[in-house]
Design a protein around this ligand. Sequence first.
Ligand code: SAH
Length: 254
Amino acid sequence: MGGFGYRSLILRFITQFYVKPSNVRDDSFVLTGEEAQHAAGVLRHKKGDRIVASDGLGKTYKGEILSVSSKELEAKIEKSETGRNEPKTEVTLVVGLTKGEKLDWLVEKATEMGVSAIWPFFARYSEVKWDKGKVDKNVARWQRLALAAFKQCGRSIIPRIEVLKNSAEVIKRKGDRELIVAHPLEDGGLAHESRLVGRNVIAAVGPEGGFAAEELEAVRQAGGRLVSLGPRRLRTETAGLVLLAKLLSLKAEL
Ligand code: SAH
């Protein structure tokens, strides 16, 4: 892993910048656009200052500023690290599409908690009817929220957000991940799931209308597990966060 030595104690609380992967060279990296403006205009960084930037794909760089303007900042790479502040395994959050801004909140919080991807999907009981334009507009907004949360919390991966057209699409992409689906049940909470440790996981919650019987059946057939989050019915976005918290703490990755 490496790390940045004792200075990382200080640096980890310093603003992390986003550097486009294509702007990383062998021994330097370049911030452009809003990132350069933020560094130069807001934080007033000067030549010689040290900054931290991540490429959103897992690499984090610590560098010394060589030149800075409100349009462009170039820094000499002093150290690089892979997977900084990331969980050891991948958690994908799947969430039934619901109306309103609820998912904005969940995208931000799930990013802070360390998910590697978010797949909102058109569930049988999703009440949204979005055309492609509306889907693209929402994904662009969520991706911006994920970027802001990634910077704020000091991760090195920006979760990739993709809208899937139905639950069958989710199952098709399952691969060898564990599939854990929250559903109100009499019993069957997540406890003593040591087999989840070290595994990549899909954590799924339904839309406000819940999952349809045929969706739950498809989950069972795909080897997925239905789990309860307790006796009270939670909102989709609350359920998403609670499921993530339980999973990550069981996997000892919170
Ligand atoms: N009317 C729906 C409830 C939907 S709540 C029903 O009876 O199924 C929205 C989603 O949040 C659910 O699909 C489920 O994934 C999750 N959820 C909410 N409360 C839960 C609980 N107590 N246990 C497990 N999952 C829950």
